[in-house]
Write a protein that binds this ligand. Sequence first.
Ligand SMILES: O=C(O)c1ccccc1N[C@@H]1O[C@H](COP(=O)(O)O)[C@@H](O)[C@H]1O
Length: 199
Amino acid sequence: MSELFVKICGLKTGHDVGAAVDAGADAVGFVFAPGSPRTVDAATARALAAGVPDSVLTVGVFRGQPVEEVRRFAEESGVRGVQLHGDEGPEFYEALRAGGRTLLRATAEHVKRCGEYGEDLLLLDAPDPGSGKPWNWGSAEFAAPEGRWLLAGGLTPGNVREAVATTGAWGVDVSSGVERERGVKDPALIRSFIEAARG
Ligand SMILES: O=C(O)c1ccccc1N[C@@H]1O[C@H](COP(=O)(O)O)[C@@H](O)[C@H]1O
C-alpha cells in the first residue's frame, strides 16, 4: 500500500507551513470560511503558499460560500485545491471543474464512494468542522466509502494511528489536534501527528 496521505489544515504562519512541509505533509490547508480562529485572507494565503513546494497540495477551505466567492479566493490566493464544507451539490463541483483545481468534498453524511459529486477526494468529517470533536468512525455501523477518502474530525497524534487502522482511510486531515491552543498551531504536534499517522 502506498503511503498515507496527510493534510495539515488551518495554517496561518510561514513557520507552521514550513513545519508541516518539512515533516512530510502531502497537503496544507488555508481556511477561507469566515468566523474561524484560523481564517486567513487571500493575500496571506498567497504569501504562505509561495513557500510550498509543488509536490505539496495547497488547499483553500470553504463553508457554505457562493461559487463566485470560492472562485475569487482560489484565484487570488493561487491555491491548487478547493475543499467545500456545506450542502453544495454536483453542479457546484461542475462549475469549479474548469479551474483545474483538485476538488475535495467534505461531508458528515454517509457516502458510498468518492466521486459521486465530481469531487477528486472525499473527506469524511464531524458535523462541526474544525471543532476538534471526533465522530463515530469506530462504530460497527461505519462503512468506509470506495475510493480516495480522508478521515477528519478530532484526530490527534494519540488517536490517528488507531483511526487509520480501524477505518482503512486513504488519508487524514487535522486542524485542532495539532494546536497548542485554539487557532495556534504547534510544530512539535504537527511532526508527532505525521509520524503517528504513518506508523
Ligand atoms: O478549521 C476550521 O476552522 C474549519 C472551518 C470551516 C470549515 C472547515 C474547517 N476545518 C476543517 O475541519 C477538519 C478538521 O477538524 P479538527 O479541528 O481536526 O477536528 C478538517 O477537514 C479541516 O479542514
